[in-house]
Design a protein around this ligand. Structure first.
Ligand code: ZN
Length: 647
């Protein structure tokens, strides 16, 4: 297949996007100037530029919107153009309206007199520009091979500033352009050339940095994620969620880079000067909370909003005042978001930020990012807020954290799938090794654990809190049936095994979960998977029936004792759910025979004559943890198709 300059652009954009030291989470943009053939066969000079909603790491041809180049050049002649006007004009300059809205930096790409243009927020570049005497460092590192543009907010004004500085500074050997406190542009006759120049300049920045000796400081710390830490973490999450007006995910990080950073003597001053590049502000807020005083942070945020409100170009409503990054010498770094992917983005961005700040401090004489008012402009710029809105509707359980036992198969797995589908972060436990890969994505953590080892089970709950900040929901679905034996022949070890999994593990699991559920910002909820056997025991199932009856009673005690903590505890009693690990073909045949039925008759042996699936049980569980059951605790809910033995 023949490739063209757009294929090349895709290839090198992906290379740029795949390197997190150059581009993070949707940052950066790229373009190529190439012809567009319209429906009448006429060739038009076009700018193919990254469309919004695309990530450079995964961009495809259809992510590059073709714009009429001549029109863009015309627009650059204007004296003024508001954001709304610019967005409308860029939209109207599309040569095919099936393509997405083009980047807000399109005019700048159009102006640069090269075929291919690549733009990133390279860490190394930002290290140089965000230091005291940033311009001097840039000049020393790059000589006159780059054009230097002081900070201007992206959009029309930036494009105009670029025209001005380009005219003054560019010459035949110019290979790049540095936007102070923002990022790097390189260009060339091909995307490969522009990419090579990107690497050439970042290598150059690295060389420059490394020849400056680094200040050193000693670090003596010990990180031990103990129960005391996870309890404080759950408490912090509750406060942060209350201030944020919704449950939030709070992930704890204590890697070496983070620990070194939070142990700097001037941490508070350093961390509150500003972000790496302005568009990070929508992910991390303008500065982290240093320490734990969430209320003070929220007050300061409100003041900042009130002070700067009049600067906004449009009517603005205050965003929630909760921090997105917390730096605390004992807790480490907490990265916060509505969902775990948002917390992950905030973490990635701040992790790079700490690394750049450290370099600026240790080699370049000090960290000097943008001033607050520029950040407000960016945070409340409707074009930036639109990026967040692009990520779509927030699902009903966003920000909530669930643990599910027995999550590798059957009812547990179906519950985990529903919880994830509704936006919860889920930690699954199972004895099967499949658990680790049962689901994928940042909202899932699977641990292989034997829940009869209560210390091991507790350790997993602590890990869940470290990763997501707390536990709001527990679905306790792990269970075994055991061998069918008449009471007169019951075997002690078999009896103990069934009791230890179906009863003891849940009792001690609940004991360990209680302090987290009590700290849930939205009220803890427990659903225990019981069995119809509690009210209608089965022949030969003495251990199973007794263990399930015991746990149903435990659930009622929990409902009584934990109501003052706002925790609801309910039990679901399914019957004859045959798509679970409990049922083997043999067992099914054996049970059917016991009742003189065929396997099919046995499966639908209920008053309604319907087959009960794990998914159906999971749907009931989802309702119970939802608002419809807000007033229900201590309930025993049958999901059995109706039984003449229990009604
Ligand atoms: Zn940029």
């Amino acid at each position: 297949m023949q490739t063209d300059e757009i294929d090349d652009l895709v290839e090198f954009s992906r290379l740029l996007g795949a390197d997190p030291t150059l581009v993070l989470h949707g940052g950066g943009n790229t373009s190529v100037k190439a012809p567009w053939v319209d429906i009448s066969g006429k060739e038009i000079q076009a700018l193919y530029v990254k469309g919004s909603g695309w990530d450079l790491a995964t961009i495809e041809r259809q992510g590059f919107t073709p714009l009429r180049l001549a029109r863009l050049i015309e627009l650059l002649e204007l004296k003024n153009l508001s954001d709304q006007q610019m967005v409308r004009e860029l939209s109207a300059a599309r040569l095919d309206t099936d393509f997405p809205q083009p980047s807000v930096e399109s005019l700048l790409h159009a102006y640069l007199p090269y075929k291919s243009v690549l733009h990133s927020h390279a860490d190394l570049l930002l290290t140089l520009t965000n230091s005291r005497d940033g311009v001097k460092h840039i000049q020393q590192a790059f000589g006159n091979s780059v054009v230097v543009v002081p900070y201007v907010m992206p959009g029309f004004d930036l494009a105009r500033a670029v025209v001005h500085h380009w005219t003054d500074q560019s010459h035949d050997a110019t290979i790049g352009m540095v936007l102070m406190n923002h990022g790097l542009f390189t260009f060339g006759e091909t995307s490969r050339q522009a990419y090579d120049r990107h690497l050439q300049l970042t290598d150059c920045a690295q060389e420059y940095l490394l020849q400056i000796p680094k200040l050193k400081f000693k670090l003596n710390i010990n990180v031990n994620p103990s129960r005391a830490i996870t309890l404080e973490l759950a408490q912090m999450r509750r406060m942060i969620s209350e201030i944020g007006g919704r449950p939030l995910i709070v992930s704890r990080h204590v890697d070496q880079l983070t620990l070194r950073f939070i142990n700097r003597h001037n941490l508070e001053d350093l961390a509150t000067r500003g972000p790496l590049t302005p568009d990070h502000v929508i992910r991390t807020k303008r500065s982290p909370l240093v320490g734990r005083d969430v209320h003070r942070y929220a007050d300061e945020y409100k003041n900042y909003f009130e002070k700067n409100q009049s600067r906004a170009r449009t009517e603005v409503t205050m965003l929630d005042p909760a921090p997105r990054i917390v730096l605390d010498r004992e807790l480490g770094m907490l990265a916060i978001g509505i969902q775990s992917k948002d917390a992950q983005i905030a973490f990635d961005i701040y992790h790079h930020t700490m690394s750049v700040i450290s370099e600026c401090e240790d080699r370049l004489g000090g960290w000097a990012p943008l001033e607050t008012h520029h950040l407000f402009d960016m945070e409340y710029w409707d074009l930036e807020q639109a990026k967040l809105k692009l990520s779509g509707q927030t699902p009903s359980l966003a920000g909530q954290i669930a643990v599910v036992t027995g999550a590798a198969s059957g009812i547990g797995r179906a519950c985990a799938a529903s919880l994830l589908a509704n936006g919860a972060a889920v930690v699954g436990l199972d004895i099967s090794a499949d658990i680790e890969k049962s689901f994928a994505g940042p909202a899932w953590l699977g641990y292989r654990v034997d829940i009869t080892d209560s210390d091991a089970q507790t350790a997993v709950f602590d890990l869940a809190v470290e990763r997501f900040g707390g536990i709001d929901i527990a679905v306790l679905a792990a269970g075994i049936f055991g061998n069918s034996t008449p009471l007169a022949e019951v075997n002690k070890s078999e009896w103990s095994k069934v009791m230890s999994i179906n009863t003891d593990a849940i009792v001690f699991g609940l004991r360990s979960l209680h302090p987290f559920l009590a700290r849930s910002p939205v009220g803890g909820r427990v659903v225990i998977i019981g069995s119809k056997n509690v009210r209608a025991p089965g022949l030969g199932a003495v251990a199973y029936s007794a263990s399930k009856a015991a746990i149903a009673q435990v659930a009622r005690i929990a409902a009584l004792e934990w109501a003052p903590d706002g925790i609801r505890v309910n039990t679901v009693h399914p019957d004859a759910v045959f798509d679970t690990g409990l049922w083997s073909e043999d067992l099914l045949a054996q049970r059917a025979q016991k009742y003189n039925l065929t396997v099919d008759q046995y499966k639908n042996r209920n008053l309604l004559g319907i087959e009960i699936s794990s998914e159906l049980v999971a749907n009931v569980v989802m309702q119970i943890i939802g608002p419809a059951f807000a007033a229900t605790t201590g309930a025993q809910i049958a999901v059995d198709g109706g039984s003449d033995r229990t009604i």
